[in-house]
Design a protein around this ligand. Structure first.
Ligand SMILES: [Zn+2]
Length: 254
């Protein structure tokens, strides 16, 4: 594999690190067949995200939102975690990964076996629904099945509207999740961003925060990011090959 030297060097550093924090983004799930649903030419090209205020105020907005979420879930739920997701879960079980923060809402890290106590889904998850009335959270399946048989806007037993548990436009991040991610970045000694172009705030600030706390930083992303010039390693190989190679190297004899 090209860039093997950088990989070995990063693995050496990883082995010696006390606390490693990883941030993942959409690039990790492309090998699982999860597309950018709003890409040009796609069925949802012209779809405008429904802001949370509209979702709460208008039944028509809730119907539009559920049409998008109901259709895209068919693809997401049929996707399987790839070798990249599996390698990160393996590193966590081996005690080599303190916290995994993901921007992805596909639930694939959890399905790959990432322990819940070492996972922050910072933009929420499509694998659950939450009642916007009483706050009750439940697995996606029941609401999805209702939608599939013609219930345009699934509701909770309390009468409140159910919404897939992702962070919608206009909706704040979960403060405790953000706090946990930032604290982990601040106190780690190796920070790794994988499959993210690091343009979405505030979570992209994990990298400069980690760096100012003295951590080494790696960016494993094929595209350019705003932080390329200040990281210690930039590796651009496909993650479904790079992460397994890295996991093997990290766990090899010291
Ligand atoms: Zn409810």
């Amino acid at each position: 594999m090209e860039g093997l030297e950088g990989l070995e060097d990063l693995a050496r550093h990883w082995r010696g690190a006390r606390s490693v924090v990883v941030l993942t983004g959409a690039g990790l799930s492309t090998a699982s067949g999860i597309p950018d649903f709003r890409s040009p030419g796609g069925r949802w090209e012209s779809y405008q995200p429904v802001p949370i205020q509209d979702f709460m105020a208008s039944r028509a907005a809730r119907e539009e939102y559920w049409r998008y979420k109901g259709e895209t879930w068919a693809l997401i739920s049929a996707a399987q975690p790839n070798a990249g997701h599996l390698s990160l879960a393996e590193l966590t079980r081996a005690g080599c990964l303190e916290l995994l923060v993901t921007q992805n809402v596909d639930g694939l890290h959890a399905r790959a076996g990432q322990p819940a106590e070492r996972l922050v889904e910072i933009h929420g998850s499509d694998a659950a629904v939450v009642c916007m009335g009483c706050g009750a959270r439940s697995p996606r399946e029941a609401a999805q099945q209702e939608w599939e048989v013609g219930v345009a806007t699934p509701e909770c037993a309390c009468g409140g509207p159910l919404k897939p548990a992702t962070i919608s436009f206009g909706q704040g991040l979960v403060a405790a999740d953000l706090e946990r991610a930032m604290r982990a970045a601040e106190s780690c000694d190796l920070f790794v961003a994988a499959g993210t172009s690091l343009v979405v705030g505030p979570i992209n600030q994990m990298l400069p925060l980690a760096r100012s706390g003295g951590a080494a930083t790696a960016i494993l992303t094929a595209s350019e990011t705003p932080f390329d010039s200040e990281c210690d390693w930039k590796l651009e190989q496909p993650l479904e090959a790079l992460l397994p190679a890295l996991a093997r190297a990290v766990q090899s004899a010291q």
